[in-house]
Design a protein around this ligand. Structure first.
Ligand SMILES: [Zn+2]
Length: 351
C-alpha cells in the first residue's frame, strides 16, 4: 500500500511532559507584525478591529508591537487612521518609494522622506525581500541590495536615527531545486511563487554577500535583519556576522520551526547574543493570537520535546518536523521579550 505524502499524517505516540505557555513570563514587545496592506491586502481596514486585536494580544502578554509595512505618503496616512489612538502600543515602521531609484532626484526624495519620518517620531523603516526578488531595473534585471543607488536609503535612515528592519531572501530551500530532496517541498508545492531557484534569481549565497556588504557599508545604521538574520539554517554564520557587525540585530519571526529543530545550537545562539536578538512573530492583525504566541513562548521558555511549531493545520507546512524548547534563563528571556527592543527604539520599559 502506498499513500501520497500529502495524506501522511502520523500521530506521535511519544509521551513526554508538556508545559503549555499561554502568557509570556515577561511583558512582550513583538517587533515583527503586520497591520496593513503588505500581508492583509488593500482592504485591510475592513478586516480587523484595532482595539479588539490589541486586547487579544494583551491577554498573551504582548503589550507593544512594531507594525512593518511598505507604505508611505497617503497610504501611510490611511494606515495611521486605522491605528489612531494606539500610540505607545503600535509603532509603525513605514517604507519609502524605491521605484524611482534609477531617476535623478531619487536620493533627495529619500532624504526628505527619512527626515519627515524622524520629525514625525517614527522609530524605523521597513524594507522587504521584494528589492532583490521581485523588483527589476529598467533593463529588466533584478536589483542588488548593495546597488550603489540604493545606499542613500540606508545612510539617510541611519543619519535620522531610524532603524532599518529588513527582510532579505527566504529559507535556503526556496533557492534550491523543487524536487524530492527539497526540505520545504510541501510548502513550495502550496506556494510555488516562493521558489526563487533559477538563472534569473540571485542565489541564496549571493543574497548573503549582499546582506554583509550593506552591513559593512553602513556602520552608523542599526539593522534588524528579520527571520534570524535571513539564515536560521546556519546560526554559526549569523553569529559570525553579529560578531563582525555590531550594528546588526535579528528578530526570530516565523522561524521557530527552524530554531526549534536545532535546540542546542539555538540555545547557545541566544545565550551568546542576548542583547542582539528580538522577539518577533510575523503576527497578522485579525489572526487568532492563540494560534501563534503560545508556540513561541513554549519554545523559548520550556524544555518541552518534539512538539508542533503551529496549530494542527499549519504543523508541517514549514518543514515536516517538530521542535524542542530551549528553556532560556530569565535574564536572556527578558532581554529578548522586551528590553532589547526598548533600548533600540528608545522607549521606557513596559511597566
Ligand atoms: Zn513579515
Amino acid at each position: 500500500m502506498s499513500i501520497p505524502l500529502s495524506q501522511y499524517r502520523p500521530v506521535t505516540r511519544l509521551r513526554t511532559v508538556s508545559h503549555p505557555v499561554d502568557r509570556a513570563k515577561f511583558p512582550v514587545l513583538d517587533i515583527h507584525t503586520h497591520f496593513g496592506p503588505l500581508v492583509i491586502g488593500r482592504d485591510y481596514d475592513s478586516k480587523y478591529d484595532t482595539g479588539k486585536v490589541l486586547e487579544g494580544l494583551r491577554r498573551h502578554g504582548v503589550q507593544r508591537l512594531c507594525n512593518l509595512e511598505l507604505v508611505w505618503g497617503s497610504e501611510l496616512e490611511r494606515l495611521e487612521r486605522k491605528l489612531a489612538g494606539q500610540e505607545g502600543t503600535v509603532y509603525t515602521f513605514p517604507s519609502a518609494d524605491l521605484s524611482g531609484f534609477e531617476l535623478p532626484g531619487f536620493e533627495d526624495s529619500v532624504r526628505r522622506t527619512m527626515e519627515t519620518y524622524r520629525l514625525a517620531g517614527y522609530k524605523g523603516i521597513k524594507l522587504w525581500k521584494d528589492i532583490t526578488l521581485y523588483q527589476k531595473d529598467i533593463r529588466g534585471r533584478h536589483i542588488r541590495l548593495d546597488d550603489e543607488r540604493l545606499a542613500c536609503i540606508f545612510s539617510a535612515a541611519g543619519e535620522n536615527g531610524l532603524i532599518v528592519l529588513i527582510h532579505i531572501a527566504d529559507p535556503v530551500a526556496f533557492f534550491t531545486p523543487f524536487d524530492a530532496r527539497n526540505e520545504y517541498y510541501e510548502c513550495l508545492a502550496g506556494n510555488p511563487e516562493w521558489l526563487f531557484y533559477g538563472e534569473e534569481f540571485f542565489s541564496f549565497e549571493e543574497h548573503m554577500r549582499m546582506q554583509e556588504a550593506v552591513l559593512k557599508r553602513h556602520p552608523g545604521t542599526t539593522f534588524i535583519i528579520a527571520h534570524t538574520g535571513s539564515c536560521s539554517e546556519d546560526l554559526g554564520f549569523v553569529s559570525g556576522l553579529m560578531d563582525r557587525y555590531p550594528n546588526m540585530y535579528v528578530d526570530i519571526a516565523a522561524r521557530i520551526n527552524e530554531l526549534g529543530r536545532q535546540p542546542y545550537t539555538a540555545r547557545k545562539f541566544f545565550i551568546d547574543h542576548p542583547d542582539r536578538i528580538l522577539f518577533g512573530t510575523d503576527y497578522i492583525a485579525g489572526q487568532a493570537p492563540e494560534d501563534l504566541y503560545p508556540y513561541y513562548f513554549r519554545f523559548l521558555e520550556t524544555f518541552d520535546e518534539y512538539f508542533d511549531y503551529g496549530p494542527e493545520e499549519e504543523a508541517g507546512s514549514m518543514g515536516r518536523w517538530k521542535i524542542y524548547g530551549i528553556g532560556l534563563p530569565d535574564d536572556v528571556l527578558e532581554k529578548v521579550y522586551h528590553l532589547n527592543a526598548e533600548r533600540l527604539l528608545k522607549l521606557s520599559q513596559i511597566p
